[in-house]
Ligand binder design. Structure first.
Ligand code: NZQ
Ligand code: ZN
Length: 379
């Protein structure tokens, strides 16, 4: 097992009506609030109304930045950061899914500096301070509510990149599964695929960490047991709660302690599909993971068998790969590019985009030929 530091300062409020405590959390930091959200889902499911009511109770001064897109872009972050800087906000509330919370993390470290948030991704500057961030999560998927990472897209450079820093943890995260009941069938399925993918990225990282492996088996088993039931009954609070907690646990670092790192090769391939086709993140992973597992049939065969034995009671490589692929398909995720409406005319475009920047994992290095083989397996 590798040495590790366990550090996670997020105060997570989980369950029914936890948003009743939002006002107290905001009051810790001040009264000038930047409220960041997306395309308007929070106005339909009661979250917006609830937040505003709480903020009015403490007499907060609220500035709004809305319109954050799924697959969020750096331009929106820069615009929101300059508005937050000008208004001298004390605290940021991010209400929505991963795209909104990731954008707000970048806004929180971009406000104190006066350059594009993209400079952080390119390593030109490092975060020095952050405006305190409170997240109100409405979609179970990314784990961003309890981790220090953010992913942004830069359309002019045609890149989607992730970064992390300890200043990027939310101070508080509020998770009331009730507010995920309005998530569509498609995004519910993509969230389940994403959380499973996070476990797999950890599992295929370097280093021997048997307890972290067991967390991976448990989280994937939980998602595979309750995910299909949730797909049958999207309004069930308890099932929403189980999947929401599983998604948080899948990427709050507990699955990585004792390893050198996770792998993340599938995520870098998936980010390219999102960039090219504005594909939902979880959908891109459901297509890329089966191809990655097939490519690693021999290279990581022992690990695939270990995974299969513990999750499916199946000690074959092919059986395990098929079971993952069939699971993603069974909950309604695309598992091949045509399932997502992409046809073979796009083959060259995909190959060129994915080989341009040497996409790879940290532990399992992908050569250009590997990436091309993976794309072929996605048809
Ligand atoms: O924009 P609104 O109107 O809010 O609608 C959103 C959006 O259209 C909607 N939605 C969210 N909550 C809802 C809801 N609709 C109805 N009811 C609700 N309660 O769902 C759509 C998708 O939202 P989005 O935030 O894009 O989804 P997700 O949470 O999957 O986030 C995806 C982003 O997170 C990044 C991805 O790359 C992608 O950019 N990731 C972030 C990670 C991290 N920070 O740790 C790790 C992940 O691997 C991932 O890369
Ligand atoms: Zn992900």
């Amino acid at each position: 097992m590798e040495n590790f530091i366990a550090y996670n300062p997020v105060k997570l409020h989980f369950g029914k009506d936890v948003l009743d405590d939002l006002e107290k959390a905001v009051d810790e930091f001040g009264k000038k609030v930047l409220l960041v959200y997306g395309g308007g889902s929070i106005k339909k499911n009661g979250v917006y109304e609830k937040i505003i009511k709480q903020l009015n109770t403490i007499g907060a001064e609220v500035y709004e930045f809305s319109g954050i897109k799924p697959n969020p872009v750096v331009e929106d972050v820069n615009e929101a950061a300059s508005s937050g800087r000008e208004k001298k906000v004390d605290v940021i509330i991010a209400a929505g899914g991963g795209s909104v919370i990731d954008s707000a993390k970048m806004i929180s470290i971009a406000i104190p500096v006066n350059t594009s948030a993209w400079d952080f991704f390119e390593g030109k500057i490092k975060p020095k301070s952050a405006i305190p961030l409170i997240s109100v999560l409405t979609l179970a998927a990314t784990g961003t509510e309890m981790n220090p990472y953010a992913v942004l897209q830069n359309n002019s450079l045609q890149r989607k990149l992730g970064m992390g820093h300890q200043l990027m943890y939310p101070q508080h995260s509020f998770l009331d599964p009730t507010y995920t009941i309005s998530v569509s069938k498609e995004y519910t399925a993509y969230g389940i695929a994403d959380l499973i993918a996070h476990c797999l990225e950890a599992f295929f990282g370097a280093g021997d960490a048997s307890l972290s492996d067991k967390f991976v088996y448990s989280i994937i088993s939980e998602a595979m047991q309750y995910g299909p039931l949730l797909m049958q009954d999207l309004k069930d609070y308890d099932l929403r709660a189980k999947i929401m907690y599983a998604a948080t646990a899948a990427l709050n670092q507990t699955t990585t302690y004792g390893r050198v790192s996770g792998d993340w090769g599938v995520h870098s391939i998936g980010h390219n599909l999102s960039l090219l086709f504005d594909m939902a993140h979880g959908a891109s992973l459901a297509i890329a993971y089966p191809a990655w597992l097939k490519l690693h049939h021999d290279r990581a065969g022992d690990r695939i068998i270990e995974l299969g034995k513990n999750i499916f009671n199946d000690d074959t490589i092919d059986g395990t790969i098929n079971k993952f692929e069939n699971f993603f398909r069974s909950i309604g995720c695309p598992v091949r590019l045509p399932d997502a409406g992409i046809n073979k005319d796009q083959h060259e475009l995909i190959v060129n985009a994915m080989t341009k920047h040497d996409e790879s994992g940290v532990h399992h290095k992908l050569s250009r030929e590997d990436v091309v083989r993976m794309i072929e397996m996605m048809w």
